[in-house]
Write a protein that binds this ligand. Structure first.
Ligand code: F6P
Length: 375
């Protein structure tokens, strides 16, 4: 992807090529680094760049687009969040509108988006997002929008890329938190149960559980038995040290049971996970009589400065996305296929969720260290 297109400034458009960027879904550390890399790479080709506010809201709700010049992306690589804003509420292709009689109908707003983008003289879009946002990008491509995707999510659950940016930072944040739990757990001889994000997959919990030296890691891919979890903790208390660290992914579920969900609230039909740490802690306390506490790390995992690794990945993704636009390889996504960043079809990237393989070397490593998955 290092080759230039035959016509790098796209002079045949009769004006400067205009590239748009948007960020969709939950924020992730590294978004600003991608934005800066896209802007600089595009400006260096003689293009113009605009940012669409809050996903597609800038087009749909008249919030508009903002011109992104060098000054507007100065000093943002290390900042968490996204200077463009984002949303994970609603899908513009299946927009829920409440009718006067109270019934809800789904509206496809793809034409409005595509027309709005054309009316603003935008020639191509770099859509930075996770599973949901890239699905939308893929559908918009099918309907004629020249779009290239950049995979983002702390969950690391996108197929076709070994890593998404944001994941490394989330794992570091979770590891730092678990490190701090050890001393308080040990001082009080308590079991601490910490709930980590990850939606339907257990990548963050698995990685941070190992790096944070947990005793038990519970992930959605390996349904757990409460008996096994308690046996493991009792055995640890017998041999010492007399405390326990249980890392539970928010989507974990007991054998034959369901994950713990909370009301997703207005504007989304996506399931929202929550409550599993409390549930697991209560069960441990009841069955073992060990003093047990739970906590939810929550959105701290999405905040803060991206790690150097995530910054580099984000910058590589941003520059590669501009390369793809220059080559008119629309309908594709940049992906980490070690050792390189490569292009993969957007469609493939969103076709299936990347779950933790139960026989992966990371799971095997944890088992060899004596970490229990409750199975
Ligand atoms: O997809 C990223 C993520 O942080 C998930 O890990 C989590 O389940 C979800 O978003 C939380 O979303 P919200 O910001 O709507 O609470």
């Amino acid at each position: 992807m290092s080759e230039e297109s035959a016509d790098p400034t796209h002079a045949h458009y009769g004006r400067r090529f205009r590239l748009a960027i948007n960020t969709g879904g939950g924020d992730a550390p590294g978004l600003n680094a991608v934005i800066r890399a896209v802007v600089l790479s595009a400006l260096n080709r003689g293009w113009e760049v605009v940012g669409i506010r809050r996903g597609y809201d800038g087009i749909l709700d008249g919030e508009g687009v903002v011109l992104l010049d060098r000054a507007s992306v100065e000093g943002i690589t290390h900042l968490g969040g996204t200077i463009l804003g984002t949303t994970n509420r609603g899908n513009p292709l299946r927009w829920e509108r409440t009718l006067p009689d109270g019934t809800v109908e789904e509206v496809d707003r793809s034409e409005e988006i595509i027309r709005g983008i054309q009316d603003r003289g935008i020639d191509a879009l770099v859509a930075i997002g996770g599973d949901g946002s890239l699905h939308i990008a893929s559908e918009l491509f099918d309907r004629g929008l020249p779009v290239v995707g950049v995979p983002k999510t702390i969950d690391n659950d996108l197929a076709a890329t070994q890593l998404t940016f944001g994941f490394h930072t989330a794992v570091q944040t979770a590891t730092d938190a678990i490190d701090k739990l050890h001393s308080t757990a040990e001082s009080h001889e308590r079991v601490m149960v910490v709930e980590l994000m990850g939606r339907h997959t257990g990548w963050i919990a698995l990685f941070a559980g190992i790096t944070g030296s947990a005793d038990v890691i519970l992930i959605p891919e390996i349904p757990y038995s409460m008996d096994k979890v308690c046996e493991h903790l009792i055995a640890k208390y017998e041999t010492g040290p007399r405390y326990g660290i249980v890392v539970v992914a928010e989507g974990a579920k007991p054998e034959g049971g369901e994950p713990s969900l909370v009301d997703p609230g207005e504007g989304t039909s996506n399931p929202r996970y929550g409550g599993i740490a409390e549930r697991v802690a209560n069960e441990i306390g009841k069955r073992t009589e060990l003093e047990t506490r739970s906590l939810v790390l929550g959105h701290l995992q999405r905040g803060g400065q991206p790690t150097a690794y995530d910054r580099l990945l984000a910058v590589r993704f941003g520059a590669a996305a501009v390369d793809l636009v220059a080559r008119k390889e629309f309908g594709s996504m940049v992906a980490l296929v070690p050792p390189d960043v490569q292009a993969v079809p957007l469609e493939d990237a969103v076709k299936k969720l990347k779950t933790v393989p139960q026989d992966s070397d990371v799971v095997r490593t944890a088992r060899q260290l004596g970490i229990s998955f409750g199975d």
